[in-house]
Design a protein around this ligand. Structure first.
Ligand code: MTE
Length: 327
């Protein structure tokens, strides 16, 4: 994922490695602390934005927009989904991001201030019996939120392990009642060059960002629509106010800041697949052995710098391998 700068296969893996600056500090986000500190406005941030503090009372630089639904966070953790490694420090995960609408660098959090996450609607449309446009706050109240610990693996070979808050995508699919002709789901991110300078005319990229899944993938129990992380609402750099998480696929499939979900009978064109189909396949399941322009055999955990062997399907084979063994 090296938009504008170089073609993907020209980047040395060292550039995808975590930066030393993010490694050192041990930090805990205390949900209780967040909620109580939520009443404190940080100077210069505006009345609708709150900064998160670390356990020493120091600003982390991570900002979260105030929403009408903070009581929903933290949600009850679903104990079924466990990790084989420690959680990534929140500040590390929140300061090393991919969100090319804003920048092709990793310091997305410094570039998101113009984005507005309220009001926000998600249009559910296409081959369904019940097309409907949901207001984000209506949707999060409608769906039972839960917390899940998942690994997320970027095709750049970095990885994180984080607590997402959200609901299974299949619950939303059930509300929409897809027609039998619906074979795929196409998701779209906002298109707002005024917020996101990467989208300005002339960028040469196929904005808005789009991604897609087959119906079987979308209704797999792992596929999550996330509205929160680390026990609070998503910060903008993580894809506020609502994003997809498909933990057995490379991170670019997990589209951020969704405004539209469309059911279709044709495999949709997607952002990275349009740019470079040979590198970013539509399926893009995590696979250490699949041919790829740069090696996918190992991954580096952000924060600790630990290098680990890449797991087939990111270790989620028990949930998803069956999808791909079928003819
Ligand atoms: N969604 C949009 N709209 N734009 C993006 O640039 N980057 C993707 C994905 N979703 C991206 C996106 C990539 S490449 C990765 S690895 C993950 O978001 C990173 O998610 P994170 O920054 O929350 O860790």
């Amino acid at each position: 994922m090296y938009l504008k700068k170089k073609r993907p296969w020209e980047i040395p893996e060292s550039e995808a490695a975590p930066e030393e600056a993010y490694l050192g500090r041990r930090r805990f986000l205390r949900n209780v602390g967040y909620l109580s500190l939520g009443g404190v406005m940080l100077s210069g941030l505006g009345s609708n934005i709150f900064g998160l503090f670390d356990d020493k009372g120091k600003e982390t630089g991570i900002k979260v927009a105030r929403t009408p639904t903070p009581v929903l966070y933290p949600a009850q953790r679903n104990a079924k989904y466990t990790l084989d490694r420690p959680l990534t420090d929140e500040r590390v995960a929140g300061t090393y991001n991919n969100f090319y609408e804003f920048t092709s660098d990793k310091d997305v959090w410094k570039h998101v201030d113009k984005m507005e996450v309220r009001p926000w609607t998600i249009e559910v449309t296409g081959l369904v019996e019940k097309p409907r446009t949901y207001d984000i706050d209506e949707l999060v109240r409608l769906m039972p939120l839960e917390e899940r610990l998942y690994r997320l693996r970027c095709v750049e070979t970095w990885a994180i392990a984080v607590p997402w808050t959200g609901f299974p995508m299949r619950d939303l699919v059930a509300l929409a009642r897809p027609l039998s002709s619906a074979k795929y789901i196409r998701m779209t991110t906002f298109m707002k060059p005024l917020w996101a300078s990467g989208q300005k005319p002339g960028s040469g990229q196929p904005w808005p960002y789009t991604e897609g899944l087959t119906m079987e993938e979308a209704t797999n129990e792992l596929t999550l629509i996330a509205t929160g992380i680390y026990g609070h609402e998503l910060p903008k750099q993580h894809g506020a106010p609502i994003r997809l998480i498909v933990p057995w696929k490379y991170g670019f499939k997990s589209i951020k800041s969704i405004v539209r979900i469309e059911f279709t009978d044709k495999r949709p064109a997607t952002f990275w697949n349009t740019i470079s189909p040979e590198v970013y396949g539509f399926e893009s399941n995590i696979d250490p052995d699949a041919p790829h322009p740069w090696s996918q055999k190992m991954e580096t955990m952000l924060g600790t710098g630990e290098v680990r062997p890449t797991l087939l399907y990111n270790g989620y084979g028990e949930y998803v391998a069956g999808i791909y063994r079928k003819g």
